[in-house]
Design a protein around this ligand. Structure first.
Ligand SMILES: O=C(O)CCC(=O)C(=O)O
Length: 261
């Protein structure tokens, strides 16, 4: 399964694929020179944590999670016009928070036999209540999840696994929790969601998977490749929340509303 652009008007295909599958892969979104600068900084961050990307003898843990640096290189990565244009298409111009960076965390996964302890089906929390990350049926605060590949990722390199179309199952699961929502960690997914086909976030460094905030995904293990895998996974925040009593104003809103019909 994939959501790469197909034939037809590219913008229409992108939106159709996104609403159907819950994600689109924007290949080559970040130019390789910028990826390389970001990678140097990721490598520095790993060395500071005792894991030298060039020295397998230091890969003593299956995952090292770095905070994504707020540097010029990551600002250039996160502000690529092709990405901002996709965010405009999916969320509406002027309705999302323009960050001068990528943000979020970068789980770097290493060839290693152990369970990393953080692989499990989930979608990401969207708003904070007293230190608890919560989610509600209108995706308060969160417009998108993005997966920025900062290394090439093959099937062997512990790619993130995505349940295709799972974003359509979530609004109904969340309705009973009302506006206040619930902790994102307490959601139990029905078998029908976990039986959905999988796609894997594989591709080249610089590719970005732009995902619906309700897309169910998981880390995978073990990493069977030969070098560390780095995928940043920031959210795109909303300036104005989706109003479920109003007609849909963008494809993310449209998908949530149609899942509630
Ligand atoms: O590292 C990955 O492949 C995904 C991790 C993830 O989804 C998370 O930490 O929320």
């Amino acid at each position: 399964m994939n959501s790469d652009a197909g034939s037809g008007d590219p913008d229409t295909v992108l939106v159709e694929n996104f609403v159907r599958d819950g994600f689109v892969a924007i290949r080559g979104a970040v130019p390789s020179t910028i990826v390389e600068e970001c990678r140097q900084e990721i490598d520095d961050g790993l060395r500071a944590r005792g894991a030298d990307p060039e020295d397998p003898s230091t890969w003593t843990s299956p995952v090292v999670r770095l905070a994504c640096p707020w540097t010029d290189a990551f600002a250039r990565a996160g502000t690529q016009p092709v990405l901002w244009s996709v965010y405009d298409q999916l969320l509406g111009p002027g309705r999302w928070r323009r960050l001068r960076g990528v943000g979020g965390s970068i789980p770097v996964r290493f060839p290693h036999p152990d369970d990393p302890g953080d692989a499990g089906w989930h979608f990401d929390g969207s708003f904070d209540v007293g230190g608890e990350l919560r989610v509600n049926y209108s995706s308060r605060g969160r417009g998108l999840l993005c997966l920025f590949l900062f290394t090439d990722v093959t099937d062997d390199d512990a790619p993130s696994e995505i349940k295709v179309g799972s974003h359509m199952d979530i609004p109904r699961l969340l309705v009973p929790f009302g506006e206040t929502g619930t902790s994102f960690q307490t959601i139990q997914f029905p078998e029908s969601t976990l039986d959905r086909p999988s796609a894997w976030a594989t591709g080249s460094a610089g590719d970005v998977f732009v995902c619906h905030p309700f897309l169910v995904h998981s880390a995978t293990w073990p990493h069977r490749g030969t070098s560390p895998r780095a995928i940043a996974q920031p959210g795109v925040s909303m300036l104005e929340d989706f109003d479920m009593d109003e007609p849909p104003r963008c494809p993310v809103h449209q998908a949530i509303k149609s899942a509630l019909v």
